[in-house]
Design a protein around this ligand. Structure first.
Ligand code: FAD
Length: 434
């Protein structure tokens, strides 16, 4: 539903109603900040409702861990604080290893876990069976973090949105932001399809659209998009209670008694002009994820080619033309998911797959987010590139971003997330997967 009225001014305007925008709005509103969030479609219509629902510290890049640890603290108390069910469950997280090489790679991460005080360990043999029924016959061991968790994406973000509204935030849906205005070089307004909102502070948390939005302002944000295909089963026997990752299958128990399942290492990348624009910066991640990426060229290339880099703010923008980015799940990947589920978990062989969907993950050249103000437009901030790990870190990011926007120190170092690292000659350091 388009908003009945668009506020004329706000302390902060947030562009994008995924978990990052919504969590930031919630933290700002709790501090008494007058915040308006504009979402072109509906709340969590894109990545934030389409993800696997894993909330994990395990295997993360060191630069993300302080924010993720804070996020886990927030998740733990979230249901009590907002008075709503988000399906949070600390069922643990396991990365399964088939051989010594894989186990050795996981054991290498234990030093990081120790540095950050995490309860990660390597388990082997019969101990595996305590977490995944029958696992010791198929896997040698696993990296295991008992305190890792899951939540239900379709519940969590809308519950956070309601909490933000109760705290005083204004959330506008069917309200695309077309661009911004400046006065004396500083941000002065955010222009939506329903009118302008005067403000000195904005946060662009537009997920897969961030690069396009920023490009229209003359800001280059290197962003690569990959499609992930996901499915869910009907309710079935409890054979595991946590999140389990094998190269062939990612699986977690759902609150409704089924399982959310996906291929552990297939991502589709559709070549577009943006692929070439940032190809050198993405070379390390493309090489690192070479085996996982299925690269193709087709309609998305020509769609992007036909999209203008800039548009008039009083005319329909590309954001209104695609209210919700809703990619088709890949049927070939779905077949592999079914096959791998049956082979790895024969106990679930008869279980029906009742729904399949896909989402566009967006990532940066080092698979670590960008969260900063942009020096070319003081007052304009960016939060994007959360990769395949933005759901879990969402509440922590929201707290940190609210601190950044209000100039409050919340104890999280934001310097690793500056956009300029991709342009000032800093080496591109890869520590984790998309
Ligand atoms: C298949 C898949 C599996 C994943 N699994 C996990 C997982 O298990 N654990 C985990 O932690 N993370 C996971 N992720 C990643 C996680 O979902 C994302 O990192 C996170 O949701 C990103 O949140 P966001 O708010 O930045 O972006 P989004 O959720 O994409 O939200 C951005 C919003 O901005 C809106 N928008 C864009 N442009 C405009 C505009 N101009 N005006 C107004 N609104 C606009 C869009 O409509 C969209 O709703 C997964 C992602 C996918 C796709």
């Amino acid at each position: 539903m388009p908003p009945a009225a668009c506020p004329q001014k706000a302390d902060v305007v947030i562009i994008g109603g995924g978990i990052i925008g919504v969590s930031t709005a919630w933290f700002l509103a709790k501090q008494g900040v007058d915040v308006v969030l504009c979402e072109k479609g509906h709340i969590a219509g894109e990545q934030s409702s389409r993800n696997w629902g894993w909330v994990r510290c395990q295997g993360r890049d060191r630069r993300e861990l302080p924010m993720m640890i804070e996020s886990m603290n927030i998740w733990r108390g979230l249901e009590v604080e907002i008075g709503e069910d988000v399906g949070f469950n600390q069922g643990g997280c396991l990365y399964m290893a088939r051989n010594e090489k894989e186990l050795g790679k996981y054991a290498g991460w234990l030093a990081t876990a120790r540095d950050f005080g995490l309860d990660t360990q390597v388990i082997e043999g019969k101990e595996l069976d305590q977490h995944v029924s029958g696992a010791s016959s198929r896997w040698l061991g696993a990296m295991y973090t008992a305190s890792d968790a899951r939540a239900e994406p379709h519940k969590a973000v809308s519950a956070l949105a309601r909490a933000a509204i109760r705290s005083g935030a204004t959330l506008l849906t069917s309200c695309a932001v077309r661009g911004v205005e400046t006065q004396g070089g500083r941000l002065s307004a955010v222009v939506t399809e329903h009118g302008s909102i005067q403000t000195s502070t904005a946060l662009c948390a537009a997920g897969a659209w961030t690069s396009m939005f920023c490009r229209s302002l003359g800001i280059a944000v290197p962003q690569l998009q990959v499609r992930g295909t996901v499915a869910r089963t009907s309710p079935a026997d409890v054979i595991l209670n946590g999140n389990v990752f094998d190269k062939r299958l990612g699986i977690r128990r759902r609150q409704d008694g089924g399982y959310t399942i996906a291929h552990g290492s297939i991502l589709d990348h559709f070549i577009t002009p943006s692929t070439f624009r940032f190809s050198l910066k993405f070379m390390p991640v493309l090489l690192h994820e070479m085996r996982a990426l299925r690269i193709s060229i087709g309609r998305p290339f020509f769609e992007e080619l036909g999209t203008p880099a800039k548009w008039a703010l009083d005319e329909e923008s590309p954001f209104e033309r695609t209210r919700v980015l809703n990619p088709e799940p890949n049927p070939q990947v779905l077949k592999k998911i079914r096959k791998n589920l049956d082979e790895l978990f024969p106990q679930l062989a008869g279980t029906r797959i009742v729904e399949a969907w896909a989402g566009m993950v967006e990532t940066t050249p080092d698979v670590v987010p960008v969260m900063c103000e942009h020096e070319s437009i003081p007052g304009f901030h960016i939060a994007t590139g959360l990769s395949g790990h933005g759901f879990g870190i969402g509440p922590g990011a929201g707290k940190a971003l609210a601190g950044m926007l209000t100039g409050t120190d919340v104890g999280i170092d934001m310097s690793p997330f500056r956009l300029s690292r991709f342009f000032d000659g800093s080496p591109i350091r890869l520590e984790s997967m998309i």
